[in-house]
Design a binder for this molecule. Structure first.
Ligand code: FES
Length: 112
């Protein structure tokens, strides 16, 4: 029985910044092949979200990080930086979150 010919593709990772460029409590915008991404350092753990608010597409990197929540400065929506889940109106849909790997002082995100 055939299982199809679709080959499994290897995940694509990209180095996006050095850890030293994203201090604890900070946000940093980076450009990637898949668009703008905002990195967040929550107590030493790095998270990555699409840098576009799901309310009106403004950059979340202009916002503020409070614990593990990112507040959009434009209309006050809040997102869980770990998952991208919308926590507060006016945003109701999540933003994309990316897998993050930290190796040898560099931050990598999984692009697809
Ligand atoms: S654009 Fe972010 S809350 Fe409106």
């Amino acid at each position: 029985m055939s299982r199809g010919s679709a080959a499994r593709t290897k995940p694509r990772w990209a180095r996006v910044a050095a850890v030293s460029e994203v201090p604890a409590g900070a946000l940093r915008a980076v450009s990637t092949d898949v668009g703008a991404v905002v990195l967040a350092n929550v107590d030493g753990d790095i998270y990555a979200l699409e840098d576009r608010c799901s309310h009106q597409d403004y950059p979340l990197s202009a916002g503020e990080l409070e614990g593990d929540e990112l507040e959009c400065p434009f209309h006050g929506a809040r997102f869980d930086v770990c998952s991208g889940r919308a926590l507060q109106l006016p945003a109701i849909t999540p933003v994309r979150s990316y897998q993050v790997d930290v190796r040898d002082g560099d931050i990598y995100i999984q692009l697809d």
